[in-house]
Write a protein that binds this ligand. Structure first.
Ligand code: ADP
Ligand code: MG
Length: 677
């Protein structure tokens, strides 16, 4: 690939590294020294003073300056934890876990004691915990039980610039709490410079700037657009490895699948290069990477070797990896998009914004001058990239948030103090959906069903499925399915060299034309029958780790069932009951078979296809209910199960009328016509 250097990103405030004399120091002493070498350390006293003087403070500092790991420790050292916990929110699970681990390490204590983290379905805290890292979504849920956050003395909304949906909602809630709790300190920290906006929102709160240590970065663009950015990224990484001076490489990819694929390709090509070249250590990092492997990215690179980190957006600002000198930026990220007219939400690979591109480039200039290779042209950058990423609240389905606000007692959503309000169609759509699901009544008030649904940290459609399973006497099966659907990683293992075996193993769970949801149940139950055997997972090409996670989630869902007074009842042989429960939550996600073998959604007609990973085989059902839509080369439905159209009228008469489901013959069509590859 040919690159041209187009511009430089200037460095700022490059201060001298502290001279470190290392004469046999204990690891803890070494860590304490590392803490002192962070840019934030010189501002420790001023920062504590500012926090003391103001209730709300906006803190801005370059990624890696020490905001997330140090500020809570400073507050602890200054005695704030005597008055209550310090809560620090992170938009990403991995960041919450990794940062908590780092801080407990720096403090020389075991994770889960004084320092802990809390993410959905995983609570690693104890009574002793005073420094609590958590996802923003978890703090939102804590609000339900503790609307005044009485157990906290400080709340730090970190990575505020990410503007996730939960962070945006938290802004409104904590702003309100701060008014009647003058003793609560509120810190809003961000890596980017549009801090004015946060300050304005929080009634002109002062801004505390931590000058960063940033070196200059050379920006290179490709001469021509790249058709295959994965391939281009790999080629560029290898070019750097072979021709450039030492320094680690960071490649931004869009998700786990891409990262795993890139890892394979790099390994393969390296073998082809022979034994003369230096060792290249490949470190993947993405949202659901197992904890043990997460630590690997922070290990120093051995002398003579080079590290290449394959990361999602998580490495943009949430995690700082020392030693990165080269950044490869294909210019894409996986993002949710939502059409408020149709109510359809899908995940898709989307070009990033200029702000993101500049954050990414900045990752290469932390410890010395860096280089950033953009796999797009300078013209693309100037003309095609938006300045900033649209806040999630403006491109997502709001049903979940509306349900949780309603259960917080916030009735007048249109008057909620949003930093950037969502489109009003999206709010209306959410209200409509919650009404259709029976969570709200005609007046927009929470119903008993809605109250029960809000207890589950799940999408409202999935919560509704669980709540209705009571009626169909199959709550036992439904929580297993819900848990399997909530596992972030893939359940099935499909190694490149054994794809055929893996696919056959997977199809076994579909024997008898069993649909996707039911197959998930079969997998779970079969595993349970073997007493949760690891060997069984290996034999069946199932990811042990994902199954353990499913079991944990299931246990928690079982606990929540009890809380909303739903009995655990099993009805494993009545597939119709199970499918009706699913339909009662997912009836807005239904599609009807078309002549060409594709499907058309029933409400707001749109052409969709069955995802290639689906086990639906032999014959395509005429009517299906699906879990989610993903947009790759086409709109695909993922996790698909057959339904009878008359159920729609029976289960959701306010949503579907007979005319919607007229063609109710349940004839099937032979498989193979026009189905996606
Ligand atoms: P900020 O929040 O300002 O971006 P952090 O507090 O996350 O900065 O990071 C400060 C320093 O701590 C960085 O140099 C980073 O390399 C280091 N660090 C953070 N997390 C870890 C970890 N899990 N392992 C090793 N080092 C870490
Ligand atoms: Mg941080």
């Amino acid at each position: 690939i040919e690159f041209i250097q187009e511009s430089m990103m200037e460095g700022v405030n490059v201060d001298q590294e502290l001279p470190i004399e290392s004469i046999q120091k204990s690891a803890l002493e070494k860590l304490q020294e590392d803490r002192k070498s962070l840019p934030i350390y010189s501002y420790r006293e001023d920062l504590l003073q500012a926090i003391n003087d103001h209730q709300v403070l906006v803190i801005v500092g370059e990624t890696g300056s020490g905001k997330t790991t140090q500020i809570p420790q400073y507050l602890h050292e200054a005695g704030y934890t005597k008055r209550g916990k310090i809560g620090c929110t992170q938009p990403r699970r991995v960041a919450a876990m990794s940062v908590a681990a780092r801080v407990s390490h720096e403090m020389g204590i075991k994770l889960g004691n004084e320092v802990g983290y809390s993410i959905r379905f995983e609570d690693c805290t104890s009574e002793k915990t005073t420094l609590k890292y958590m996802t923003d979504g978890m703090l939102l849920r804590e609000f339900l039980g503790e609307p005044d956050l009485a157990s906290y003395s400080v709340i730090m909304i970190d990575e505020a610039h990410e503007r996730t949906l939960s962070t945006d909602i938290l802004f409104g809630l904590v702003k309100d709490v701060a008014r009647f709790r003058p003793d609560l300190k509120l810190l809003i920290s961000s890596a980017t410079l549009d801090a004015e906006k946060f300050s304005d929102y929080f009634d002109c709160a002062p801004i505390f700037k931590i000058p960063g240590r940033r070196f200059s970065v050379e920006i290179h663009y490709t001469k021509a657009p790249e058709a295959d950015y994965m391939d281009a990224a790999v080629v560029t990484a290898l070019q750097i490895h072979v021709t450039q001076p030492p320094g680690d490489i960071l490649i931004f990819l869009t998700g786990q699948e891409e990262i795993e694929a890139a890892e394979e390709i790099i390994k393969h090509r390296i073998r082809g290069l022979g034994s003369k070249i230096a060792e290249l250590i490949i470190c993947p990092i993405y949202a659901n990477l197992p904890t043990e492997l997460q630590a690997k990215i922070f290990e120093p690179t051995p002398e003579g070797a080079r590290k290449v980190v394959l990361a999602t957006n998580i490495a943009e600002t949430s995690l700082t990896i020392d030693g990165i000198k080269y950044v490869i930026d294909p210019g894409f990220a996986k993002m949710k998009s939502y059409n408020p007219r149709t109510g359809m939400e899908s995940l898709q690979v989307t070009p990033i914004s200029k702000a993101s591109a500049n954050q990414r480039a900045g990752r290469s200039g932390r410890t010395g001058p860096g280089k950033c290779f953009r796999l797009y042209t300078a013209h693309n950058y100037m003309n095609d990239l938006a300045d900033n990423t649209v806040p999630e609240i403006q491109r997502t389905n709001l049903a979940n948030v509306v349900l949780s606000l309603k259960s917080h007692g916030i009735v007048e959503l249109l008057n909620f103090d949003f930093m950037d309000p969502p489109p009003s169609e999206a709010l209306l759509k959410a209200l409509e959906l919650l009404f259709a699901l029976g969570a709200l009544n005609k007046l927009g008030e929470l119903t008993t069903i809605g109250r029960r649904m809000a207890e589950f940290p799940l999408d409202p459609m999935l919560s509704k499925t669980i709540v209705t399973s009571d009626k169909y006497k199959c709550s036992d099966e439904i929580i297993s399915i819900a848990a399997m659907l909530s596992v972030e990683n893939s359940i099935f293992y499909r190694p490149k060299d054994k794809q055929v075996h893996a696919d056959n193993a997977r199809l076994n769970f579909h024997t008898g034309n069993v649909e996707d949801h039911i197959a998930l149940l079969k997998v779970y139950n079969s595993w349970k029958e073997t007493n949760f055997s690891t060997q069984w997972c290996y034999d069946n090409y199932i990811q042990v780790r994902s199954m353990k996670r499913a079991r944990d989630i299931r246990d928690q869902l079982e606990g929540l069932l009890e809380r909303v007074e739903i009995k655990l009842t099993s009805n494993v042989n009545d597939l119709e009951a199970i499918k009706k429960s699913i339909t009662s939550g997912f009836f807005p996600h239904t599609a009807r078979l078309q002549k060409a073998g594709s499907y058309r959604t029933v409400k707001h007609p749109q052409t969709v296809n069955i995802h290639p990973s689906s086990g639906l085989s032999h014959e395509l059902p005429r009517w299906v209910v699906y879990h989610e839509l993903v947009l790759t080369s086409k709109e695909y439905m993922r996790q698909v199960t057959e339904l009878k159209p008359e159920w729609l009228v029976e289960i959701a008469p306010h949503y579907y009328q007979l005319k919607d489901v007229e063609d109710s013959s349940s004839k099937k069509m032979p498989r193979g016509i026009g189905r996606a590859p």
